[in-house]
Design a protein around this ligand. Structure first.
Ligand SMILES: [Zn+2]
Length: 602
């Protein structure tokens, strides 16, 4: 535990049994936002009021505001280079008021703006910010920006209060691109003013669609919420006819959402709009909508509403096996492969298997980070590791075990296990905000997912799911940190699993197992496996028989419980053994030259 985290446990905001502590608190805001944009003019103008509630025991003299789009400013610190099409002048704050009183908002800042409050904000009191601002949508689009001249993906576009929490205080980690976000759970009421013939999709419940869509399109939009089949709400001939929306010069699309960590929206006057839905909660028969919004030329996207629907269905019923918590998801064609609450911004791919894979991964993020309020910037393995875990579990369903594991090895494990450079083997627990490049990626995605999957193997599916659900139940809508997760598993499983957590998440370990010796007594073999890399990985002991067949003896990580350096395992092969070898499957071994033992007679 780092000192800041120890302090939180000492203060009782978190508890050693993994529950939120008796003194747990978190802050929240109510956001009312109106933005106006008239493509192809790339200016977005916004007004906003934030009621910010201080539930902390601290009096605040200043307040930290995130201006995430300032990453586009020339000179902003970034983990990657920026070409001219990425650069903009950033966010211009035209006016800033605190409780109605104008205050100064410095313009020479990047993604963090500190505002000195005219009067300190006391514990359990609230404050109102109002902002008027504008910015230019960047020509180059990543997680947000211009998709084409009349299609924008709008995200991170509004000034927001940074998280103030019990272990770190104000989150002033700069946004530099590869490290993602950390947000409080807020209520949002967002109005987006766009010209007629533009559709707007995004986070929250669309208010009064009957005032925005022509009756035929309204009917199809509504029907999609009860249809298993994809309903083509808006097709190419529809948007070409320019009569999809109400014919006011400006339409105001209003979306409301409660208890979500962020909002994002896509707008276009020439994208198709498909919708379908599925029962996500069997107990209440609640359905959730699955939508796709895309350029007609994107062949794969004509299937994406069904891929999204399949994702909602599978995630709700299998892993994590918690009903999808929102009314819908929309996958919008862009250039990112990125998750937002109720939204994904995904590229179009020639290979529809990959389109489905990406949709599944981004929709899996619904649970972590959004349902769970993860600090992605510092502890990204708490969300990417899970999305990657769910990705292989749904992949085994979609592609079969063999193909899904092949993809997982190539895409998620190979880059780590076959790279001996020091950044690869740093502890997963991070802090991730101090890691970059492959070290960040491998520690957040593949290595972390393997840790969760190894624990699943150790506990068995039933107990693992019980622990996972308890963790998600205790912490959803809150801000869990790694120890809350580890302690909850220890608590619910009624086991001290620290030997596992310590070796997988807090150490410089990697996977390299070796057969040290094998001795036969009658038909049993006693096999001593040396754990050279130190990871408490599961392994299959393969007995290769003299008749050319083989048999696999699976060992869960429990073999490493008492001694993490060496384990002796007894197996009882059914036939005459020629050789024995180790095969970790997706738990790839860094050095396979020491994985085989041969009978002397051969
Ligand atoms: Zn991800």
């Amino acid at each position: 535990m780092s000192r800041d985290v120890k302090h939180a446990y000492k203060n009782g905001t978190r508890a050693m049994d993994g529950k939120p502590g008796k003194n747990y608190w978190q802050n929240r805001g109510r956001y009312t936002i109106t933005i106006t944009t008239t493509p192809p003019d790339r200016t977005v103008k916004g007004t906003e009021t934030i009621t910010y509630i201080n539930n902390s025991p601290d009096t605040m003299g200043n307040c930290s505001i995130k201006l995430l789009l300032n990453i586009h400013k020339p000179g902003a610190p970034r983990e990657f280079g920026a070409n001219p099409d990425y650069l903009t002048a950033g966010v211009h704050i035209d006016e800033c008021k605190v409780d109605g009183q104008a205050v100064r908002a410095r313009s020479d800042v990047f993604t963090n703006l500190s505002i000195k409050l005219p009067k300190p904000l006391s514990p359990h009191d609230s404050i109102q910010f109002s902002f008027t601002w504008h910015y230019e949508v960047s020509l180059q689009s990543g997680r947000e920006g211009m998709i084409d001249s009349t299609t924008y993906f709008l995200a991170y576009f509004y000034p927001r209060v940074a998280v103030y929490d019990d272990y770190n205080g104000w989150d002033r980690m700069p946004f530099m691109d590869s490290h993602e976000f950390y947000s409080d759970f807020n209520d949002y009421d967002v109005t987006i003013n766009v010209p007629k013939n533009y559709i707007v999709v995004g986070t929250g419940t669309l208010q009064h669609p009957e005032n925005l869509l022509q009756p035929g399109f309204l009917k199809k939009y509504n029907e999609s919420f009860t249809s298993d089949q994809t309903i083509q709400i808006v097709t190419k001939p529809d948007w070409q006819a320019k009569n999809v929306t109400t014919q006011n010069s400006v339409n105001s699309w209003r979306f409301t959402s409660a208890n979500v960590p962020d909002v994002a929206f896509g707008i276009s006057d020439h994208f198709n709009w498909d919708g379908s839905s599925v029962v996500v909660d069997d107990a209440t028969h609640r359905r959730a909508g699955a939508f796709a919004v895309y350029n007609d030329t994107a062949v794969d996207y004509h299937r994406v509403a069904q891929y999204a629907r399949h994702s909602l269905n599978w995630l709700s019923h299998h892993w994590p096996g918690i009903p999808y918590p929102y009314e819908k998801t929309t996958v919008f064609q862009g250039y990112a492969g990125m998750e937002y609450p109720m939204m994904a911004n995904d590229e179009s791919y020639g290979d529809t298997t990959f389109s489905r894979f990406v949709a599944e991964h981004e929709i899996a993020h619904t649970y972590m980070p959004f349902y769970m309020g993860i600090n992605e910037t510092r502890y990204g393995f708490m969300d990417e590791g899970w999305a990657t875990t769910f990705e292989i579990l749904i992949g085994r369903n979609d592609l079969g075990v063999e193909e899904a594991e092949k993809v997982f090895k190539e895409f998620r494990v190979n880059g780590w296990i076959n790279d001996p450079s020091p950044g690869q083997d740093v502890p997963i627990v991070g802090p991730g905000d101090n890691m970059i490049g492959d070290a960040l990626g491998n520690n957040e995605y593949g290595k972390a997912a393997l840790g969760y999957l190894a624990m699943k193997d150790l506990l068995g599916d039933e107990l693992f799911k019980k622990c996972l659900h308890e963790y998600m139940d205790r912490w959803h809508g809150k801000h869990p940190i790694p120890w809350d997760f580890f302690f909850t598993f220890n608590d619910v499983a009624r086991k001290d699993l620290n030997w596992f957590w310590s070796n997988w998440f807090f150490n410089h370990n990697y996977i390299d197992l070796a057969i040290k010796s094998a001795t036969r007594s009658r038909n049993d073999y006693s096999i001593t496996i040396e754990n050279i890399g130190g990871m408490p990985a599961p392994v299959n002991i393969i007995a290769n028989y003299s008749d050319g067949t083989k048999e696999s003896f699976h060992q869960t990580p429990i073999i490493w419980q008492t001694n993490q350096q060496s384990a002796t395992v007894k197996v009882s092969p059914k036939k005459k053994v020629e050789s024995i070898n180790l095969d970790g499957g997706i738990f790839m071994d860094a050095d396979t030259t020491n994985n085989t033992w041969k009978e002397k007679a051969f």
